[in-house]
Design a protein around this ligand. Sequence first.
Ligand code: 2KA
Ligand code: SF4
Ligand code: MG
Length: 250
Amino acid sequence: MLLSRLNDGPEIFFTLQGEGVSAGMPAVFVRSSLCNLHCQWCDTDHTWNFEGTPWKHEKDADPGYRKHKKSEVTIETPTTEIVRLVAMHPCRRVVLTGGEPLLQQEAWLEVITGLREIDPAYQFEVETNGTRKPTPEFRAAVNQFNVSPKLANSGMDAKLRLVPETLAGFVADPKAWFKFVAVEDADMDEILTFSREFSVPPERILVMPEGRTSTDLDRHAPAVAARCLLHGWRFCDRLHVRLWGDKRGV
Ligand SMILES: Nc1nc2[nH]cc(C(=O)O)c2c(=O)[nH]1
Ligand code: SF4
Ligand SMILES: [Mg+2]
């Protein structure tokens, strides 16, 4: 399957889950390449902002920023090799992320099956933007979906970032949690509208302050905390940003 490349190999790393209901738990992350969206602030733009694509990114303003050469930021990796690399770590929690991991469900199923043959105790979380429907087999194999629907601040058209039928499927699935990044009150108004439109109970909504540094997280946290108290949402920090900053492979 097509994974994101980090240095000479696929982007597979052992760290603490930094976001969501499993925040703080050790986990092996596997980052797939490719995304069906192209959010303007995406922090994993190396999974989709390839040379020759028309997408705009916030970092375009940075004079040193260039679109990525696909061959330099991706690596085709056999699923048996992914199984081998993940199993080297002393950890039975695996996070499938991207990009958008649901674009490669069949290959992920081979990875999941291979790892559970080694140890049935393996647990799998999926980080998804919530626009692609899991197949019944994939849904059954995964333990937890961290669904992160995108807001207007992503720059994406609402028709692309909110797919009602797919979202309804996640709302109906007790394995799914809904996770948002918020900066200002307008973002939180939008989360409230979303929760009403798609009937998501507040206990399944997590809101994180936006930030690529602890200082930014601290600046945005009070407004997020206030709205969590008001609406019954769970406040969620971004632990990896606090511990390691805006780095890859952590
Ligand atoms: N530590 C850590 N936690 C994370 N939770 C979600 C991540 C992601 O990029 O999907 C992520 C990540 O990249 N690192
Ligand atoms: S959905 Fe996620 S990975 Fe895809 S562009 Fe948006 S933030 Fe990046
Ligand atoms: Mg990340």
